[in-house]
Design a protein around this ligand. Sequence first.
Ligand code: 48H
Length: 263
Amino acid sequence: MPLFHPVDEKDITRAIAGSFLRQLGEYAESDVVIVGGGPSGLMAGRELSGGDLKVLIVERNNYPGGGFWIGGYFMNKLTLRSPAQEVLDELGVPYEKYTDGLYVADAPHACSKLIASACDAGVKFMSLTQLEDIVLREGKVGGVVVNWSPIAHLPREIAALDPVPLEAKLVIDATGHDASVARKLSERGIIEIAGEGAMWVNASEDAVVERTGEVYPGLIVCGMAVASVYGLPRMGPTFGAMLLSGRRAGELALELLQKAPLI
Ligand code: 48H
């Protein structure tokens, strides 16, 4: 008597394809598309979901987590300044106090719990999917245009693959240093991107959280993208501002969605 129930190979393929296509069809029109599944994007998604909202994270890597997986250098440890350790308490991640106001945690533990909490809240993911452009109509960002990310690394003559659009009431740019979504507006001369400043941890983190917000109608920036857009100093391998900026982006998106039907 085999341990596992017998199934046909074709049913495995159909199960994957059917589930993927159903989700893609449903999320071709989302409430919020978050581009980038690093700490700020995951926090924003976690904050937004849990109700009826359709929230999709588009991530160019084959896994979410961004810089949160490794933390500082190659050492698998991440630091947070007070009060951001409260997020670790919420996630049930153990940490140590290094000195007053500075805490250290195991990055894989914190990252996997943050990803799990976003999944638990109902966030859906499209991995290996890269932002190629934005939908822009009547002075408002109305979605993203995405492609299969490996395509970007193939010669153009063998990789002529058109992207697909995904509509959204709001888009959140959580792409980190690149600020990839906001860059699509700056390339067209609609906004300016200042480029991040040199490291100054004490000036950086408060400023990133404070400046988190709508950079253009329909587009919120959070995390390191905020530093890149506004020319704020960087903070190095410490993640408190990423978590609290993501949370603020999620809260703001909720407010905007409640205020008016945006499409
Ligand atoms: C799809 C994309 C695209 C694209 C990028 O880099 P992240 O971890 O970003 P944040 O802002 O959540 O956190 C920043 C933090 O990790 C960091 O770098 C810090 C604190 N640095 C300080 C310093 O001084 O250096 O995650 C961004 C995610 C990644 O997973 C990317 O793969 C993804 O976005 N991404 N996904 N389409 N065009 N661009």
